[in-house]
Design a protein around this ligand. Structure first.
Ligand code: NAD
Length: 348
């Protein structure tokens, strides 16, 4: 029987509780998942688990390629795994969710970025260059262990971009069609955690208190992403990031102020709490200023997007209409992407 809401625990060194948590799930042979770059973290977790660990699989990749999932599933079966431990960011957690979808493994997630995927029933998978997204509660992990000691190694730019990826979930939740008083409250908890915590993290990447505060923000932002539907910002990021193979979190960081500025013309009241938290009048400008202070990437051209690709991004986005609080027009999208591409402030 699956939990519909994963249990979340926070604290320095909490990753060492992974064996106890697996035992409580009656899971005796966990496979530890990671990306190639985080193989050492996987080895550390497997060493903690001792002889019961079924092994490690360290081929997790961005956008959950189905071929990697199939390889991981075959590996899990060949080593007799009965459960999963995902240590990493959205890529590794996505792989664990994809495996749980196919084989119903219980999972412990140990997030090392702020993307928030561990708290959502959403899975994006890629096959033959096409990304499809599904929602299924059975892919949620049973337990999430948020350990600030594992996030200190996240480099400065990835720390800021991943934080803004989380902020994007909460910002769009403020005007989501399915929003409730409870979802708005959760979104504001997440936003507050990043607005107050991120400057301290950036001042000292090894500040464990600030890292824990921002991890609590990631949990709130991921949770609210699982409760409501997303709009212009997330759709645009998927189109731009997916079509031109740009880094996921950085694309969120660049586009967020522009998408929020565009929508604030239609729902200024719903976005006012965000502007207030950031001490600004326009939420989009305030986000842009905040990102600049945090040294976030500000221009799609710096991420590798070419100027001529703007028209194509607009065309793909217009082909796939989606709900948004403000009508989405080709002219509006072009203005957003031109400013985001050049690194201009929103509405310039
Ligand atoms: P990621 O998991 O792809 O990690 C990016 C890089 O950072 C990798 O090389 C990884 O090894 C490295 N890394 C991660 N944590 C580290 C740490 N603490 N120290 C050093 N290096 C570290 O990045 P991400 O942005 O967390 O995840 C992106 C993926 O997650 C995308 O595929 C995206 O679609 C997905 N995502 C899904 C949801 C959802 O709800 N389904 C939500 C957000 C993101």
């Amino acid at each position: 029987m699956r939990n519909t809401v994963p249990r979340a625990r926070f604290g320095r060194g909490i990753r060492h509780e992974v064996g106890t948590e697996l035992a409580a799930l009656n899971a005796g042979r966990p496979l530890v998942l990671a990306t190639p770059g985080q193989a050492e973290m996987a080895l550390e977790i497997a060493a903690d688990l001792g002889e019961c660990a079924a092994g490690i699989f360290t081929m997790a990749a961005m956008h959950t390629p189905v071929a990697v999932t199939e390889e991981a599933l075959a590996h899990a079966r060949s080593v007799g795994a009965d459960s999963l431990v995902a240590v990493g960011g959205g890529s590794t957690i996505g792989l664990a969710k994809a495996l749980a979808l196919r084989a119903d493994f219980p999972q412990v997630a140990i997030p090392t970025t702020y993307a928030g995927s561990e708290a959502t029933p959403i899975l994006g998978q890629t096959e033959n260059g096409v990304k499809t997204t599904l929602i299924d509660k059975k892919i949620l992990p049973e337990i999430i262990l948020y350990d600030p000691e594992l996030v200190v190694s996240l480099p400065q730019q990835m720390t800021v971009s991943s934080s803004l990826n989380a902020v994007a979930h909460a910002a769009e939740a403020l005007y989501a069609r399915e929003r409730t008083a409870a979802s708005t409250e959760t979104a504001l908890v997440g936003l507050q955690a990043f607005v107050t915590g991120l400057p301290n993290v950036i001042a000292d990447l090894s500040d464990l208190d600030a890292r824990e505060r921002t991890l609590r923000g990631a949990w709130a932002c991921g949770t609210v992403l699982g409760q409501v539907g997303m709009a212009l910002h997330h759709k645009l990021c998927h189109t731009v990031g997916g079509s031109f193979d740009l880094p996921h979190a950085d694309v969120h960081a660049v586009i967020l102020p522009h998408a929020i500025h565009y929508n604030s013309a239609a729902v200024p009241d719903l976005l006012a709490p965000l502007a207030t938290l950031l001490d600004g009048r326009d939420p989009g400008w305030a986000l842009w200023e905040f990102g600049k202070r945090m040294k976030a990437p500000l221009a799609l051209r710096d991420l590798g997007m070419e100027e001529y690709q703007i028209d194509r991004a607009v065309e793909i986005s217009m082909r796939n209409p989606y709900w948004n609080p403000r009508e989405v027009t080709a002219e509006g999208l072009t203005a957003i992407l031109r400013n985001a591409w050049a690194g201009n402030p929103p509405g310039a």
